[in-house]
Design a protein around this ligand. Structure first.
Ligand SMILES: [Mg+2]
Length: 78
């Protein structure tokens, strides 16, 4: 699972929860790195913070990003 959040506290909470469930995770530094990670590797799910500097979660999960990853849909809770 990919966990993307600019808050170290939020990132730690999310990754601890995943670890407790036995789920592996990767945590890129920002939205741009997250987009690159999704384009280079298949993830079962992406937990993306909506408010981040440089590239927020909405921009990072735009449909164009989804198309580059083989047409998989990316859902937002917005
Ligand atoms: Mg944030």
């Amino acid at each position: 699972m990919l966990v993307v959040d600019d808050s170290a506290v939020n990132q730690r909470v999310a990754t601890r929860m995943l670890e407790n469930m036995g789920i592996g995770w990767t945590s890129p530094a920002n939205g741009r790195e997250a987009v690159a990670a999704v384009q280079n590797e298949a993830y079962a799910a992406v937990l993306m913070d909506c408010q981040m500097p440089h590239m927020d979660g909405f921009e990072a999960t735009m449909p164009s990003a989804a198309r580059k990853r083989g047409g998989k849909r990316i859902r937002s809770s917005r």
